[in-house]
Design a protein around this ligand. Sequence first.
Ligand SMILES: Cc1cc2nc3c(=O)[nH]c(=O)nc-3n(C[C@H](O)[C@H](O)[C@H](O)COP(=O)(O)O)c2cc1C
Length: 201
Amino acid sequence: MCIHLRLVTLASDFTESPQELTMDAIVVYESVFGNTRAIAEAIAEGLGSVPVLPVAEAAKPRDTVGLLVVGGPTHMHGLSTARSRRLAAEGSHEDGAGHVDPCATEEPGLRSWLRDLTPTSAQCAAAFDTRLDKSPWVTGVAARGIARRMQHRGLNVVATESFLVENSEGPLVQGELDRARAWGATLARSVAATAEHPVEA
Ligand SMILES: Cc1cc2nc3c(=O)[nH]c(=O)nc-3n(C[C@H](O)[C@H](O)[C@H](O)COP(=O)(O)O)c2cc1C
């Protein structure tokens, strides 16, 4: 069951706009080393402190949410697999280094969770990923695979974005948390504006 929270966002500026709009949104993420989780939490903050859930705890998306934001780490040029997550977690444990997120190897992972989306899961959607700080031609971009899967499920994907890590286990490149917060705030404004002035088909 998706958690729904009525939240208040400001139409044009979070500090001084007098006009308040309501919308519901949720951020769902997958993360092995915690970098994508940190980005997901920053995006949720930018959206207006909306719920943020690891995909393993997000359950099947049955109800319509206003905005569904989904993200994960880039593994082998695309979305992670159960195998890539397990290998990453095991390698980190063997090295005796780094933090592994509690849900890192749990099921469902993003791939199978995305399969259960339907056109009514969300009025609109956005995708993000984390990846290495190199050309996307070299790294691949998981957000593209997430967006494509959501589009195939009939969702209206309005934005995709990548956030960068210095190395596989992190840290995030400096400034990426601020950029994620700003991306969330921009998403909230554009979704609210579209809801207020829908584009005629
Ligand atoms: C098995 C594995 C494969 C990876 N493959 C890629 C890749 O193809 N491109 C890339 O940019 N980063 C790759 N990375 C680095 C991840 O993008 C990085 O670990 C991730 O962004 C960190 O997010 P997390 O802390 O949420 O797990 C890979 C990491 C692992 C563990």
